[in-house]
Design a protein around this ligand. Sequence first.
Ligand SMILES: Nc1ncnc2c1ncn2[C@@H]1O[C@H](COP(=O)(O)OP(=O)(O)O)[C@@H](O)[C@H]1O
Ligand SMILES: [Mg+2]
Length: 314
Amino acid sequence: MNIATMSNIIKRYGNHIVLDHVNIEIRQGEILGLLGPNGAGKTTVIHALSGLIGIDSGNIELFGERQSGSMLEAKRNIGLVTQDITIFEDLTAKENLAFFGGIYGLSGAVLKRRIVETLHFVGLMDQANKRPTKFSGGMKRRLNIACSIIHRPKLLIMDEPTVGIDPQTRNHILESVLELQKMGTTILYTTHYMEEVQFLASRIVIMDQGHVIAQGTIDELVKNIRHEEKIMLEVVELTEALLDDIKQLDGVKHVTLLGTTIQITLQAGTGNLDRILSLAKGAGGVINIHAQKPTLEDVLLTLTGKQLRDTEGI
Ligand SMILES: Nc1ncnc2c1ncn2[C@@H]1O[C@H](COP(=O)(O)OP(=O)(O)O)[C@@H](O)[C@H]1O
Ligand SMILES: [Mg+2]
């Protein structure tokens, strides 16, 4: 069963189409990685899914029911970690959890127990009675995550939870996400960091400019671009002229230099290896050559013509 299905979603702001016929399904028990550069429409997908904004057309099903009205029941089964951290700075960590637990109808001994369990889970037990004013960004984010899982949601939605966070907390968060999945939570994890979806995701949806441009497992995505090969070549005499000659060959898509290694992306089956080798011989001979399997990065490059890294500003 799908936990959520978004079909043909269109969302406009004025004349700007922010979601253009978006289809996404979230399957029970998976970590679905929603990957895309800034402005792709990831947050808008999340807002639509969790009922925070309306859509212009399309259909959203959550937990087997069509999304409509206030969705009170569905909202109780969702945990949302927003892109901007939403916690109260003038309440202690414990009081923050009590507040959010209260919203979801928890009280008494159950609430108390959940607060302890959840603080423990995010590693903030020793900060229970402190206000977040002096917390690091990473600690605030962990408290924020705690507030969104206090009611044990079936679906946890996380909107770029590691942006601007120190590497140690980032790893802690990623490990926690895996742990939550093991405990049975379905997770929609949004990010513009490819490494994170590679590490976490059971399946991936890639968005760019309001469109879903691909979805599937990493293996499936990579298979779809099998029509490309990548060759790594090192030669004795590396020159601009050699790079230019390689670029001129039929079927060669990109030539880039990684240190002294020439990385050549080419259309599969063009029989260019012979020609590349003879060019290499003319450049003093081959030191090293090997073919590389396509990666998720290659999928993105093929689909969008750009590396996500270009747009992420780190
Ligand atoms: N409330 C809004 N009014 C107008 N434009 C918006 C609004 N929210 C988002 N957008 C636009 O929608 C596009 C997608 O935004 P968003 O969903 O936040 O992308 P992402 O989360 O992938 O960075 C962007 O071009 C953004 O400027
Ligand atoms: Mg966003």
